[in-house]
Design a protein. Structure first.
Length: 166
């Protein structure tokens, strides 16, 4: 049987749901490992938007007919493994905090790209309710990305002496 655009959207939404669940766990790990107060708070507060995004994706899946595809998201699994490998290197705390901000920003950009693409497919299919749910998720990711990026300079300044002296 040939894959339809609706099936393709269902596959992408299934994989995004799995990714959001994995990222929820990864953000929790990063928040517990972070000492920079504003970054820690951002990572902790992003839990609520992530829960909304998961709920939206679950509703999208209901509308599209349920899960389609593998039971794990290979991308988010690889990101989690890379995170744990980095932490096994025992970097100084200032670099851990900087790394968490950069890592979270990278994930936010991937999520924004995915939501934008799925939103376009949903609109093309005339699934405006689905497109609106995906738009809500995209806005959450854009907000988190902006918040993270506004702290890069401070995190770089905190990590700079460690990078030079070690």
């Amino acid at each position: 049987m040939e894959m339809s655009m609706r099936d393709y959207l269902r596959l992408r939404a299934s994989q995004m749901l799995l990714m959001e669940r994995d990222i929820r766990q990864m953000n929790s790990e990063m928040a517990s490992q972070t000492q920079h107060p504003e970054l820690k708070q951002m990572l902790q507060r992003h839990g609520d938007p992530t829960e909304r995004q998961i709920s939206n994706l679950e509703r999208v899946m209901e509308r599209l007919g349920g899960h389609l595809g593998p039971s794990q998201n290979a991308v988010s699994q690889a990101l989690m493994q890379a995170h744990r490998t980095f932490m096994d290197m025992h970097p100084p705390q200032e670099i851990v905090d900087l790394h968490h901000a950069l890592e979270a920003d990278e994930v936010e950009h991937m999520e924004m790209s995915s939501y934008n693409g799925m939103m376009q497919v949903a609109k093309q299919l005339g699934e405006n309710d689905i497109a609106n749910m995906l738009q809500d998720n995209l806005r959450d990711e854009q907000s988190m990305c902006g918040n993270l990026e506004s702290h890069f300079s401070a995190l770089m300044r905190a990590a700079s002496p460690v990078m030079v002296t070690r």
